[in-house]
Design a protein around this ligand. Structure first.
Ligand code: ATP
Ligand code: MG
Length: 308
């Protein structure tokens, strides 16, 4: 399949959503190429879910639009839904049906033969390690199990585009890694994935590209590695129990310094020799020198203060 000649899997143009006075999404435009895994990051209330809901035809945009492959979400919701797999942020499993039945009923919407739906449902239950719960009521599942079932459901129609809103929130490390594995496997077969996450490690490990949102707009996008190198550099120094001497020493070095709750964060412009310098000048100083991560980028862009 020559996907290079085809258009993007997802195209958003000036997507806007207003709830009364709140402008939750303010003219957001982006593209996701076919076969790409893109992560949407942003603090609580940034507008990620609102964007996702417009892309998946659950919410009409106030203005602007989006296309999934070349289908306009406003005009072709039924066709869009056919090629989409969706994992919403909230639990919308049907409490009246047991686990397997939730998948079987959902599968019917796609007009697939019963046999096919059943085979896929059983395979997906095995994948999310819920085979022994197939006949359990939804109520009897733990939070993480519900999440896994919702993910299984999103894969039932073998979607060309998967849109996952915090797919791994509340999952244990085993389940999270299994899901990363599956997502990578799907990408290898040409599936496009857009996911939101608050786990920066997940975004770094899984995503070809990340988009950072805040206040309903896109602040930045790029590959995790290029964002880290460009925005914060390679190295971070964290220090605690420090005195004026150490503080003044850092202030004189080129780089960015943040102080928060008795802890220092220093992002040196040139971090290569900093460890040796500290060993010589401040050997007793409590400190940690580590590689910069996407979390540092996120905190730099969106601040360290809590959001409502
Ligand atoms: N149905 C609604 N009615 C009114 N305001 C809403 C509604 N849904 C969302 N909002 C507001 O829109 C903004 C964006 O919310 P959204 O759920 O898109 O954020 P998010 O980035 O998904 O956050 P989180 O990380 O907490 O899931 C917030 O200010 C929120 O209060
Ligand atoms: Mg959300």
């Amino acid at each position: 399949m020559d996907s290079a000649r085809k258009g993007p899997a997802i195209t958003a143009r000036e997507l806007t959503k207003r709830y009364g006075d709140v402008e939750a999404v303010r003219g957001v435009s982006f593209e996701v190429a076919r076969g790409e895994i893109v992560g949407f990051l942003g603090p609580n209330g940034a507008g990620k879910t609102t964007t996702v809901r417009m892309l998946t035809c659950f919410l009409p945009p106030t203005s602007g639009t989006a296309w999934i492959h070349d289908l306009d979400v406003r005009e072709r919701p039924r066709d869009v839904k056919r090629i989409l797999g969706v994992c919403p942020q909230e639990d919308n499993l049907d409490p009246d049906f047991h686990v397997l039945k939730n998948l079987l009923v959902y599968g019917r919407y796609f007009g697939l033969p019963r046999r096919v739906v059943r085979d896929r449902a059983l395979e997906l239950l095995a994948f999310v390690a819920l085979s022994d719960k197939a006949h359990a009521p939804i109520m009897a599942l733990s939070g993480g199990m519900k999440r896994r079932l919702i993910l299984a459901r999103a894969l039932l129609n073998e979607p060309r585009v998967l849109i996952l809103d915090e797919p791994t929130t509340g999952l244990d490390p085993q389940a999270r890694h299994a899901i990363w594995d599956r997502v990578r496997g799907l990408r290898a077969h040409g599936t496009t994935v857009l996911l939101t996450t608050h786990y920066m490690e997940e975004a770094s490990q899984l995503c070809d590209r990340v988009v950072i949102m805040d206040g309903g707009t896109i602040l930045l996008e790029g590959t995790p590695q290029e964002l880290v190198e460009r925005e914060v550099g390679r190295t971070v120094v964290e220090a605690w129990n420090y005195g004026e001497d150490f503080l003044n020493f850092l202030r004189a070095l080129p780089g960015r310094l943040e102080e928060l709750g008795g802890r220092l964060y220093f992002y040196p412009q040139e971090g290569d020799h900093i460890e040796r310098t500290f060993d010589q000048r401040f050997p007793q100083q409590d400190r940690l020198i580590r590689r910069a991560t996407l979390e540092d980028v996120f905190l730099k862009l969106t601040g360290r203060a809590l959001r409502d």
